[in-house]
Design a protein around this ligand. Structure first.
Ligand code: TK8
Length: 343
């Protein structure tokens, strides 16, 4: 080969992949449709963020990959949709991590009462090595974890009375997620904890099968729980997390380019979701008040009592979920807090 020709070939070889990557031409992307089922409504930040994810994926794939949202439990609840992913009949869902605990107990530690002090700490732990380690447990269960989304700090509502002291939990029939930590925590507080799917909750409160429930404020508002619940107490007892899950059976049919695209889009959608849900929280609370809900804060002395009551439950479930994973979480949390203090 003549030296000049060699140079041209060489520079093309260097330049071409760059041009293709930028134009998205080299990417191996096929026409695909991804069904995403969620338990919440379309206008809840979770629904809004799936729509955002859909837009991001459409842009990145030149319209080839379509993401379709099925909100309001149209495809099932958190538990049944996870099974559908495992069976390969549904591509995606975004359940609360607490509903995965019956299959992968390590996820349980995220819901220890009063674990995180604020959202920033949770983001750092979830987006760091600890979160990655949890996601790495999913493939052996037929699931791929793309990113963690914020569900948020859980608050308590009921139709009987405002919770002004821990004693007020006594005898309340409270729906909890299908997770032993939640059942035991509320039993310890004196409530009658009833595990139930989220999609059945509104009717259960309407028909007085249960007196109340606990969920973050944006969920209480978007799900119109104020129509069947009078009292909202800001207890902030647990932080809860959604995880963007994909069926491994489906994932394995994707090209590496498609997998990379979806992973990147999931991270962008995660950042959008966290911003959106945090921004929506204040307005959701004032809307609930305007709609006639009676809102109160649990006094600090009672919060301290609540924390004390939760301690033995945390100790018990540290053993149940696994001491090594709990230790890793606490170490990571310390690191995150240390970094913050130094700033
Ligand atoms: C919605 C659930 C919900 C969760 C619950 O599908 O079950 O209470 O907080 O957000 O994931």
């Amino acid at each position: 080969m003549k030296p000049v020709l060699k140079l041209v070939t060489l520079s093309l070889a260097v330049a071409l992949p760059f041009v293709f990557a930028n134009a998205g031409l080299a990417a191996d992307i096929k026409d695909r449709t991804i069904k995403v089922g969620i338990g919440l409504t379309e206008d809840h930040p979770q629904g809004q963020s799936v729509k955002k994810f859909s837009e991001i994926v459409a842009t990145k794939s030149g319209g080839k990959i379509k993401v379709k949202l099925f909100a309001g439990g149209a495809l099932g609840n958190d538990v049944t949709m996870v099974s559908a992913l495992q069976g390969g009949t549904q591509e995606m869902t975004i359940p609360d991590t607490s509903t995965l605990v019956s299959q992968i107990k390590d996820f349980g530690v995220l819901n220890f009462p009063f674990l995180f002090n604020n959202e920033g700490e949770a983001d750092k732990v979830l987006d760091g090595p600890f979160g990655d380690k949890l996601l790495a447990k999913l493939p052996e269960k037929g699931l791929i974890g793309l990113a963690f989304w914020e569900n948020g700090f859980r608050q308590t509502t009921n139709s009987k009375r405002p919770i002004k002291q821990v004693k007020d939990y006594d005898g309340l029939k409270l729906r909890v997620m299908q997770n032993p930590l939640f059942i035991e925590t509320f039993k310890t507080l004196g409530a009658n904890a009833v595990p139930m799917a989220f999609t059945e909750l509104f009717t259960a409160m309407e028909t007085k099968t249960v007196d109340g429930q606990e969920n973050p404020v944006p969920t209480i508002q978007a799900s119109k729980f104020n129509e069947v619940q009078k009292y909202l107490t800001l207890t902030k007892h647990t932080y809860s997390v959604w995880v963007m899950l994909m069926s491994k059976k489906f994932w394995d049919t994707l090209t590496p380019d498609e997998q990379k695209l979806l992973k990147e889009a999931a991270i962008e959608a995660r950042d959008f979701e966290r911003k959106t849900i945090r921004a929506a929280s204040g307005k959701a609370l004032s809307d609930l008040k305007a709609a006639g809900m009676l809102v109160n804060e649990l006094p600090p002395a009672e919060v301290a009592k609540l924390r004390d009551k939760a301690k033995p439950v945390i100790a018990k479930f540290t053993v149940e979920f696994g001491e090594p994973v709990a230790k890793e979480l606490f170490t990571e949390l310390e690191k995150v807090r240390g970094t913050k203090a130094k700033k």
